[in-house]
Design a protein around this ligand. Sequence first.
Ligand SMILES: *Cc1c(COP(=O)(O)O)cnc(C)c1O
Length: 373
Amino acid sequence: MRIPLSNVTLTDDAKRYATDAIQSSWISGTGPKIAEFEQALAEKHFRRHAIAVANGTVALEIALRALDIRPGDEVIVPALTFVAPAAAVRSVGAKPVFVDVTSGNWTIDPNLTERHINRHTMAIIAVDLLGHPCDYADLQAVRGDADLIEDAAEAHGARYKYLPVGNFGFASTFSFHANKTISTGEGGAILTDSKNLHHLTRLMVNHGMETSRPYWHEIIGTNARMTNVTAALGLGQVEHWDELVAARNLVAAKYDERLRHLFDNTQLYRRPVAEWATEACWLYTVAHPHRDQIIVKLRDKDIDARAIWPALSRLPLYHDSVRGQYPVAEKISGEAFWLPTWAGMPDALIDEVCDRLRDSVHSMETITCVPTT
Ligand SMILES: *Cc1c(COP(=O)(O)O)cnc(C)c1O
């Protein structure tokens, strides 16, 4: 593909810190950069604690384990998301229960969430989908005794009202996978203000072992540590957090400007944004009823546009998690697609994607083209 879906941006500081870490021989899950990265991440999000882990999926699994979620429990998960939150719930033996998203902003619907809460519901995983926060005031109002876990993997830098995502879960998780806005290759983190949750999480990430009491294991843990080299990359990325977020938002603004005419005059539409939200573009997302044909045409021109995930309610593996219908999630999953997006994507490439998209959409629709002056 000549225009890839995404590209990684590593800051010069990230490369320098990682090189230093390698030269220092601190390459395992022990070393000075881990605590520095964790502190920078916690401070950036006004949280008391951040625990660095190997990836964003394991961050969710450990958060669920630390909250003592187990077989027999139910955890509410949006029907439209990358699969990791649902898989994490299954990995601790609990049952994900799918709730539809809102057409207004594509995140989990708080009213429907309330209707699916019962005495087995131990937690809600709120996914800040595609750079957009969930409606946290309404989720807090309906959650009852269920703990809120925030999966902010796709929304680094997005804000709900004035606060950045990463603030809204009893545990909030991030992924720093190479395709995420702030990336370390593979990586993740759990953020919390709870001393108890922090303590448990630390133990679980490192074999259930107190650092002050080597080889004495109070609980079942695992090895989910982030390496010092990865944390060094992470520190160099977090120090440039706002620039990395702004760079993608600039690309989104350029797409918005170039595609406005199509949004106004064709069936192409943009991912909607709630008035209380500040979006932080991860992958620029648009939708069209003839999405699949449009993607074929873009791919013919070597543009790596991609359809978003199927609604989880459509996966046979999760038929047990289905409760009724998911009209919004299924409509979006049939129409939405990603356009190539990365920090510093050149204008010429954005123009090329938009030109091809315009041709494809026009060929799908018989519309009167009003020439722009
Ligand atoms: C990417 C992603 C994850 C998983 O992160 P990894 O670091 O790839 O394990 C979890 N949740 C969501 C919503 C994601 O998009």
